[in-house]
Write a protein that binds this ligand. Structure first.
Ligand code: SF4
Length: 205
């Protein structure tokens, strides 16, 4: 009984889909490696720069990065060491708790990320060969799979606030930070709600 056994796959649609995911993940890795060779970065380093570009600043810690990379904190620290040597990231200790270290991009790191803006575009072009209806069906199924993977703690899904169940839009109209997060009990400004948050929980309709 294996998804790599063609006889087994013939009898199980789910096994054929699982095998397709393996192939697609390999293709994505190949695309990422092509990009890495051009930029002299490893895939984990690119993932880390992207993580720091879009994550909420107060969630930019080694532990959250490790969850995002599906690695241990020690491995994530190794990736950060390499990026720090290239002057692409900064580590800064939290004043009120010296055990917590916040991570951020340097100016050079920000510039490097801007050169990676096209990452994923090749994959998007391939997806656009599907009809709009096919894309919608695929998106709905993939969202469900992402959610299940997250529930089983295989995947960290960081998202922006708008569709989060803890988010309250414009409850302080006219204020500098008009929005509210029920989970953290804090008010949020426009810039903060456009940052990805690892505690995001999708609003169920
Ligand atoms: S928990 Fe939800 S509302 Fe609160 S900051 Fe995170 S994404 Fe935004």
């Amino acid at each position: 009984m294996s998804i790599f056994d063609s006889k087994y796959r013939d009898k199980h649609v789910s096994a054929r889909i699982a095998r397709a995911f393996f192939r697609i993940s390999q293709a994505i890795k190949n695309m990422l490696w092509d990009e890495c060779k051009l930029k002299s970065l490893t895939p984990a380093q690119i993932q880390t720069l992207l993580f720091l570009r879009y994550i909420r600043p107060d969630s930019a810690t080694v532990n959250t990065l490790a969850r995002s990379l599906s690695s241990t904190p020690a491995t994530a620290s190794g990736v950060l060491d390499a990026l720090q040597k290239k002057s692409l990231i900064l580590r800064k200790r939290k004043e009120s708790d010296r055990r917590v270290v916040f991570l951020s991009l340097t100016y050079k790191g920000m510039n490097t990320i801007q050169k990676l803006e096209g990452l994923g575009y090749e994959l998007q072009k391939i997806i656009e060969e599907l009809t709009v209806e096919e894309q919608e069906v695929l998106l709905s199924a993939l969202s469900k799979i992402e959610r299940l993977l997250r529930e089983k703690e295989y995947l960290l899904i960081a998202e922006t606030c708008l569709t989060c169940c803890y988010f309250r839009l414009n409850i302080h109209l006219g204020a500098e930070k008009p929005h509210y997060c029920k989970l953290f009990n804090i008010n949020l400004g426009e810039d903060e709600i456009s940052r990805e948050c690892p505690e995001y929980s999708e609003l169920q309709m």
